[in-house]
Design a protein around this ligand. Structure first.
Ligand code: FAD
Ligand code: FES
Length: 254
């Protein structure tokens, strides 16, 4: 297992994909070869003397010697990431967190909003085993659904949905997942998205893994910034014990 450490990686590109979503590509042979689907990095967002905490970002994909991050601008930290240009150096800690367990032969993968971020690399994990997963990606509108284009090179059955019906199925990813689970039997389910989505996933007998988002401070299990309730009582740290959990292990508070 690769030990976490600080990396200083050159930016190869930082492109706006839609609205407030960007794709940042960094060069690192080492991380591209060793990071696992579901793991994340703790990225220093400060630039030009502007110092803030590191921010957790998932691995969107790794390809050749490139590590790709898909991020949504929500506040100061993620906004400062948009300043990065080709050749700039990004300071980050990696690899962090556990990873998705790749199992089963008929996976259903469900993402909502920026929750699609760890899913391209998960699909790649299945493709490496010769498995073509079914993927449901849910968005607010057609502009956000442009993110689905980033999955075009993947071997998967991709279904997009939008809340306003401007692209794909009209409704949210849980509604579409409920229909598809009735029609077909999946043996494993993976989901990443807002808590409201995770809490409303349709019932299924399939083993279900959730990738959780949480507010993070230290990122290494030393504070309580990222606590999530255990279903058996007590708390997990998303940064240290997660971000991937079995659905039955955690209580999702909306
Ligand atoms: C394991 C993990 C992986 C993640 N992967 C990605 C990723 O790949 N791409 C991506 O865009 N984001 C990802 N996130 C979320 C991302 O870390 C936060 O959006 C980011 O830290 C916000 O920092 P900021 O300084 O821009 O915003 P802040 O100034 O800290 O916050 C701005 C606003 O966003 C809200 N907010 C901040 N963080 C969160 C959160 N985690 N959940 C809900 N609301 C929040 C705050 O309440 C506030 O209203 C991930 C989070 C975790 C825990
Ligand atoms: S962020 Fe400090 S314990 Fe997880």
């Amino acid at each position: 297992m690769v030990q976490k450490k600080i990396y200083k990686l050159p930016v190869t590109s930082n492109k706006r994909i839609c609205q407030d979503i960007y794709l940042l590509e960094l060069k690192s042979d080492e991380l591209a070869q060793t990071m696992l689907p579901g793991q994340f990095l703790h990225v220093s967002c400060g630039s030009s003397g502007f110092q803030i905490l590191r921010r957790p970002l998932s691995i969107f994909d790794c390809e050749a010697d490139l590590v790709k991050l898909l991020y949504k601008v929500v506040g100061k930290g993620t906004a400062s990431l948009t300043d990065f240009q080709q050749g700039d150096i990004v300071d980050l800690i990696a690899p962090l967190g556990n990873s998705f367990v790749i199992q089963g032969s008929k996976p259903l993968i469900i993402g909502g909003g920026i929750g699609v971020a760890p899913l391209r690399y998960l699909v790649r994990g299945f493709n490496r085993q010769g498995i073509s997963p079914t993927l449901i990606l849910g968005y607010a509108n057609a502009d956000q659904a442009i993110m689905s284009q980033l999955f075009r090179s993947a071997d998967c059955q991709l279904f997009s949905c939008t809340m306003d019906g401007t692209f794909g199925f009209k409704g949210n990813s849980c509604q579409l997942a409920a229909e598809m689970i009735q029609e077909s039997e999946y043996d494993v389910v993976y989901a990443c998205g807002p808590n409201a989505m995770l809490a409303n996933l349709p019932p299924t007998k399939a083993t279900t893994f959730l990738s959780l988002e949480a507010y993070m401070a230290c990122g290494v299990g030393a504070c309580l910034g990222c606590a999530v309730e255990k279903s058996t009582g007590g708390f997990y740290h998303v940064c240290k014990d997660g971000p991937v959990f079995l659905r039955d292990e955690v209580i999702i508070n909306v």
